[in-house]
Design a protein around this ligand. Structure first.
Ligand code: PEP
Ligand code: MG
Length: 597
């Protein structure tokens, strides 16, 4: 992108991570690194003073992060674990001890010494292949940037924005940065770096404000105060738009707003096709705090409670009591609806530092989920006890991730039986009819779904992983993201095979991967006959809108046509062509493409 600070209608393309359209003034945040760091030799007699100066900077940084953490607004409280990670980085010996050692042994200033420590850490991160973990190096940089500022005695540029509504433009934003802002005055965020898993994305979604990341050159081509249009649906940013473009986007913005409130009104209507076929819509959650939003969006229960975040948040393995209290709260708040608690799905791109290292060559194929739990049985038993105990306080179901075949299920049932016996001996209450389900997310489980179906009460299809494993496309690798294809005929056939096995065995089948919340996929899933779709609660109204606008008969007819198609591209164009019938709103949204021509 050429440097076009004064041109009009300059377009930048990034990655859309939080939806919405905003028009407003840019507020450039200088989070630029301490660009020039000088090296100087420290006299022997001053060395202890230099170490002291470094330690003071560490302490100030620690206090600043702790204070940000303590003042988190409610919507962000569930993300406090990110700040804990920053505190842990701050105490890591690769930062602290290594820097002090360099100061003392090489007689150099603290700034230069910490720079050397970071270079070493950067090498380690560079060798890591996992994109998600690689991206976490930005956390290290962020913490070090704070230490450097504190060493220089400079104030961090205040992020408290003035009284205008502004769009924050930054090289990168850490959760700590975001929490310093008065978010009620911020229209959205755009950043040079970051991907779909970046923290800016997570935070923007939690705050429900539009965000585009990965724009690469935003901070160099955007002037503070200039006008911007940010399209959080398409990942586009327009600098200095002209009046025509502004009015076109204003129209688009109004349309979206009206559209959003029109579908929100549907929340409490039944999720039923025009010919009376019901599909249950539930919410996926990671934290108990999300249940309120799930209910507000009309969720008929929690279809997937991903439990790993409680483990990631606490420094070690949480106590059974902590887990029990959390699960009990979820069960009680969602009552009379049910919650499906998935047992620990750790590994892949989520690690427990005490138990696992990220050194596996292929973590997605490694000691993940049920494999980890069957190995670390005490961890597993404690979680199962907590879930069973919570089942006495509401309607709880257990869901097992990453089942590849019957043996894991047999091993699980043996452990569960022992846990139950133990609870019974101690006269602890639990739901003796608790339903057990498995995630169908590994191709081998699809192939033997008929065998598995005889041993469980329900299936939940995890398309996020099923697509990854079926198509051999790493779900967190940007370079193969274009091949990650829900419309691939292999994926559609696998879903169908799973549903047939469930039907034959008379059990229910849910789908809880991202496909469940994709309006373009809804008609296919309706045609296939999935009983329950579980998704991020924000998308429930849209999926309900689609379901209420279509008949099951039409969906089956379209599915039959789709089954005759041979590539994902053919399936996609067929669905897009029919979008006006199935998804009139989507078609309208897509047709609203303001142009600056
Ligand atoms: C899935 O794999 O589709 C799923 C819902 O689980 P997760 O995204 O947690 O792996
Ligand atoms: Mg999964």
């Amino acid at each position: 992108m050429r440097n076009n600070k004064n041109g009009t209608n300059v377009r930048l393309q990034g990655i859309a991570v939080s939806p919405g359209i905003i028009i407003g003034k840019a507020r450039l945040i200088d989070r630029s690194k301490q660009k020039i760091i000088y090296q100087y030799i420290v006299n022997e007699k001053d060395l202890s003073g230099e170490v002291e100066r470094f330690k003071n900077a560490l302490q100030t940084t620690r206090d600043q992060i702790a204070s940000v953490k303590n003042n988190l607004p409610d919507q962000l409280r569930q993300h406090a674990f990110i700040l804990d990670a920053h505190l842990m980085i701050l105490d890591d010996s690769m930062i602290t001890d290594a820097t002090i050692k360099s100061i003392v042994e090489e007689k150099i200033n603290a700034e230069w010494a910490i720079k050397k420590s970071v270079q070493k850490i950067s090498k380690i991160f560079n060798d890591i292949e996992d994109e998600y973990i690689k991206e976490r190096f930005s956390d290290v940089e962020n913490v070090v940037e704070r230490i450097l500022r504190n060493l220089s005695g400079k104030e961090q540029e205040s992020l408290a924005v003035s009284d205008e509504n502004v769009i924050i433009v930054a090289h990168n934003l850490s959760p700590a940065d975001t929490t310093e802002m008065n978010t009620s005055k911020i229209l959205g965020f755009i950043t040079d770096i970051g991907g779909r898993t970046s923290h800016t994305a997570i935070i923007a979604q939690a705050l429900e404000i539009p965000a585009v990341v990965g724009l690469e050159t935003a901070t160099s081509v955007i002037n503070d105060g200039c006008l911007l249009i940010v399209d959080g649906y398409k990942g586009e940013v327009i600098i200095n738009p002209d009046v025509n473009l502004i009015s076109a986007f204003q129209q688009k913005q109004n349309y979206y707003e009206k559209y959003k409130s029109s579908i929100l009104r549907l929340c409490y209507l039944p999720s039923e096709t025009t010919d009376g076929h019901r599909v249950t819509l539930k919410a996926n959650i990671e934290f108990v705090e999300e249940i309120a939003a799930a209910k507000d969006h009309g969720a008929e229960g929690i279809g997937l409670y991903r439990t790993e975040y409680l483990y990631l948040r606490s420094k070690g393995i949480p106590e059974e009591e902590e887990l029990f209290n959390d699960y009990r709260q979820v069960a009680e708040i969602i009552h009379p609806e049910s919650v499906t608690i998935r047992t620990l799905d750790i590994g892949g791109d989520k690690f427990l530092s005490n138990y696992q290292s990220s050194k596996e060559m292929n973590p997605a194929l490694g000691l993940r989920a049920i494999r980890f739990c069957l190995k670390e049985q005490e961890v597993f038993r404690s979680q199962l006890r907590a879930i069973l105990r919570a089942s006495a306080f509401g309607h709880v179901q257990i869901l097992l991730p990453m089942i590849s075949g019957l043996q894991e299920l047999i091993d699980f049932k043996k452990i569960l039986a022992e846990v139950r016996t133990d609870l019974e001996k101690r006269k602890v209450e639990y739901d003796r009819d608790i339903r057990i389900g498995i995630m169908i997310e590994i191709p081998s489980a699809v192939t033997v779904a008929d065998i598995l179906a005889k041993h469980v009460d329900f299936f939940s299809i995890g398309t996020n992983d099923l697509i990854q494993y079926a198509l051999a496309v790493d779900r967190v690798n940007e370079h193969v993201a274009f091949m990650y294809e829900p419309y691939h005929p292999a994926v559609i056939r696998m879903i169908m095979q799973t549903v047939k096995a469930a039907r034959d065995a008379g059990i229910e089948v849910a789908l809880c991967g991202e496909m469940a919340g994709d309006p373009m996929c809804a008609p296919i899933l309706l045609g296939i006959g999935i009983d329950e779709l579980s998704m991020n609660s924000g998308t429930i109204p849209l999926i309900k809108k689609v379901i209420r606008g279509v008949s099951r008969k039409e969906a089956i007819e379209d599915l039959n046509h789709i089954l005759g198609l041979t590539t994902a591209q053919e399936v996609r164009s067929f669905i897009e062509k029919n979008a006006d019938r199935f998804l009139p709103y989507i078609k309208e949204i897509n047709s609203l493409q303001p142009s600056d021509k």
